[in-house]
Design a protein around this ligand. Structure first.
Ligand code: PLP
Length: 444
């Protein structure tokens, strides 16, 4: 980055006007790490140096960067129909996309509402839960049960559900009426790759919430099947099944937030299928367009959709919710092209096939003295590093050094989160592991 300012390619932009999200702004601007270009498995910095994308962007881009098929579909769409109001008007591609997504979802979960980000998907799903219960005459069901160490985005509903104190402590009160179960991380299952054998009983925390609040006051239980952003906490065997049973027994809706897991990350289209547990709603985003255009969605079980529809008077709007950019034609075109790519190239099956190679490579790092735990499932893994005394500082340094050494991935606190693209080869996995090994070793 220390190139002469007169080079037109390498000159740094004036950065003072942009307030960056989830970034230490002052530190970043003093020593920025910019991506100028991307192709397939690599980002390139302004000097043209390749950086292997070990995070699929931000879990968004499993099919690799700048795919011609998506770029062409977006270009065609912009020339044909650039925008349609989503209220009282619609365009054919969004119906086609909803049908295609319904075809990937578990049986019965096939009514799709489009939004623009994972955060919007979460808040939309919360409203659907509340509207469903009201429509059935159970307006008292307003409490949500989620989990410690959950991440459900940054809108008010999602922040309230999330179990990350930093995301709410600067903002005072958010939405009230959320009860948090314990996270599923367990000391006894350190270094277990895949689903831990023990810990299903942690789902009984939902029973504890029922005892405290009364089932008749609880709208839904919201969980990420694998808690992704806070360090890849894989559900213990039997845990999600138990949550499902408790929800069913008590009339509580079960929501899977699959913003990270959806579209192949666990080796099936959705984690619901990988784990064999069908929730009542699924939120999805990120890989829906391979990261090319912002888009997200909520899939609701048909009975939820029909209950809300049937409760409204004939001719009335049934669900007073939606966004200007819901089902944007360009996003729909990008999503359809992405689903075509996933299907044509068998990318979910490829993720499934590559997973054992990936997980074994990650597990091989356990001998490094700074590494305190490794977890993983499908094409996502987390590596915990010992804190240097100030939580998060070592993780921050790690992701910066990794980028300098040619590997992009996200860290949360002192955990490195790996989410390779499904188009990685075994050689890319090996290279990623090598860079991780040498960089972690250099930290301590
Ligand atoms: N839910 C989960 C599980 C996520 O991982 C994320 C983002 O990482 C979100 C919601 C929020 O998505 P977005 O950043 O698109 O608003």
């Amino acid at each position: 980055m220390n190139q002469p300012a007169e080079s037109p390619v390498l000159a740094l932009p004036d950065m003072q006007h942009q307030w960056l999200p989830f970034t230490p702004n002052r530190e970043f601007k003093a020593d920025p790490q910019l991506f100028a270009r991307a192709k397939d498995q690599f980002y390139f910095d302004p000097a043209g140096r390749p950086i292997l994308d070990g995070g699929s962007g931000l879990f968004t881009t499993p099919a690799g960067h700048c795919r011609d098929e998506i770029a062409e579909a977006v270009h065609r769409q912009l020339q044909e129909l650039d925008f349609t109001p989503g209220f009282l008007r619609a365009h054919p591609k969004s119906f086609e996309l909803a049908r295609r997504i319904a075809g990937l979802l578990p049986e019965g979960l096939d009514r799709v509402f489009f939004v623009n980000s994972g955060s919007e998907a979460v808040d939309t799903a919360m409203k659907m839960c509340l509207a469903y219960h009201r429509a059935r005459g159970e307006a008292g069901r307003t409490i949500f049960v989620s989990r410690e160490r959950a991440y459900h985005g940054v809108n008010f509903g999602g922040v309230a559900l999330s179990g990350m104190v930093n995301n709410r402590r600067a903002f005072g009160g958010t939405v009230h009426g959320v009860s948090h179960m314990r996270a599923t991380w367990q000391e006894a299952t350190r270094f277990q790759i895949g689903q831990p054998d023990q810990g299903a009983e942690l789902a009984d925390d939902l029973l504890a919430a029922i005892r405290v609040h009364g089932a008749e006051n609880i709208a839904a239980c919201v969980v990420e099947p694998i808690a992704g952003s806070t360090g890849v906490l894989v559900p213990p065997r039997g845990y999600l099944e138990r949550l499902r049973d408790i929800c069913t027994a008590h009339g509580i809706l079960l929501v899977f937030d699959e913003v990270i897991c959806g579209f192949g990350r666990t080796g099936e289209a959705f984690a619901a299928q990988s784990f064999g547990v069908t929730p009542d709603l699924i939120t999805m985003a990120k890989a829906i367009t391979n990261g090319a255009v912002p888009m997200a969605a909520v899939a609701a079980a048909r009975f939820i959709h029909d209950t809300v529809m049937d409760a409204a008077p004939e001719g009335a709007i049934e669900f007073f919710h939606g966004y200007t950019w819901s089902a944007h034609p360009v996003a729909c075109a990008a999503a359809l092209a992405s689903l075509d790519l996933y299907e044509r190239d068998g990318l979910f099956a490829r993720a499934r096939a590559l997973s054992p190679v990936f997980l074994e490579a990650v597990a091989s790092l356990r001998d490094l003295p700074l590494v305190t735990d490794i977890r993983g499932y499908g094409m996502i893994a987390g590596i915990d590093l010992a804190s240097d005394g100030k939580p998060g500082r070592r993780g921050q340094l790690l992701q910066k050094k990794l980028c300098d050494n040619g590997l992009h991935l996200k860290t949360t606190g002192d955990c490195a989160i790996l989410a390779p693209q499904f188009v990685f080869s075994e050689a890319h996995i090996a290279r990623m592991t090598e860079i991780l090994r040498s960089t972690i070793a250099s930290l301590g």
